[in-house]
Design a protein around this ligand. Structure first.
Ligand SMILES: C[S@@+](CC[C@H](N)C(=O)[O-])C[C@H]1O[C@@H](n2cnc3c(N)ncnc32)[C@H](O)[C@@H]1O
Length: 289
């Protein structure tokens, strides 16, 4: 991935669209808009207006951002709840992208936060976040390519303490890694997790329908001459819940909950139409056995 992640921008836009509009009181991301640039914000404003615009290209952009917003709400709420329940004393966000937690979660005021991301994505995030003040106890940047670099030594060099409990957030990243890279990351995470640690991970389960849907979305983006944020970030792995549970168990993790996004969404107070792909996205919360 030679350039900063575009899917990180897309999901941040989704959270900015949803903020204050979907499940208010349960979902909030007041920081998302501040992490976006001019044209990215304009697209968010169009989707927030809630009126489908004229023209095929504009309409495709509106519909896809609206669907991303609906998908981001249950995912974000599930991760936030799991972090609030066990926030630290250290929080490592793997593949952080434009994650705003270090800037928006008051519960992290005593927590040392480490944002790990691909170097190109992290450099972009640091530029975007330059005017923002973290609310976390501390925020350290750890550039790591999870497909090439050793995660453990990079975290140790950044000051992460392997003898203290860590909560790990790994959201929206597993699909972009190959199976062996996912397994290596689970091993590295286990190697730096003291008793009391928690792993909160979002992954995709295999789905022919979702794969076809992604293909259709790409074709529509091409036809409408819109940039396709997923073009340079191919999906590389999907996991059945059973297989993912076994992978985590091998690292010493006991899965406490593992829900699909549709199930999580139905527990939220805001009835919205649910995009069909929501059934394949999952959030698992696992604690050290
Ligand atoms: C869809 S974004 C999710 C960002 C963020 N976690 C969120 O949920 O908003 C995918 C993220 O995975 C990161 N990523 C993909 N491949 C990676 C790799 N090999 N090493 C490190 N990060 C990677 C990207 O840089 C990007 O930040």
């Amino acid at each position: 991935m030679p350039e900063a992640s575009r899917t990180a921008v897309l999901v941040c836009q989704g959270r900015a669209v949803a903020h204050g509009r979907i499940a208010p009181g349960r979902f909030a991301d007041p920081v998302a808009m501040s992490l976006l640039r001019g044209g990215e914000r304009d697209a968010v404003e169009v989707a927030r207006a809630g009126t489908p615009p004229q023209g095929v290209s504009a309409r495709i952009g509106y519909e896809s951002l609206t669907a991303v917003a609906r998908t981001m709400v249950p995912r974000t709420v599930a991760v936030d709840d799991a972090v609030r329940e066990r926030p630290g004393p250290q929080l490592v966000i793997l593949g952080a992208g434009l994650d705003g937690r270090a800037f928006r979660m008051a519960e992290l005021s005593d927590v040392d936060v480490y944002e790990v991301d691909h170097p190109a994505s992290q450099a972009d995030k640091r530029e975007r976040a330059a005017g923002l003040r973290p609310v976390a106890g501390s925020l350290r940047w750890v550039p790591v390519d999870l497909a090439r670099d050793a995660l453990g030594p990079a975290l140790a060099a950044a000051g992460h303490d392997g003898t203290l409990a860590t909560t790990w957030v790994w959201e929206g990243v597993v699909p972009y890694l190959r199976r062996a890279e996912v397994a290596a990351t689970v091993r590295a995470v286990a190697g730096r997790s003291a008793p009391g640690s928690r792993l909160v991970v979002n992954y995709q389960s295999p789905s022919l329908k979702a794969t076809l849907g992604l293909g259709v979305a790409r074709a529509m983006a091409r036809l409408s001459r819109r940039p396709d944020p997923t073009a340079r970030e191919p999906r590389r792995s999907a996991w059945t819940p059973e297989r993912f549970r076994a992978l985590l168990a091998a690292g010493g993790w006991r899965v406490a909950t593992d829900d699909d996004l549709l199930a999580l969404a139905t527990r939220l107070p805001s009835p919205t139409r649910h995009p069909s792909g929501m059934r394949t996205g999952r959030v698992a919360v696992a604690d050290l056995a």
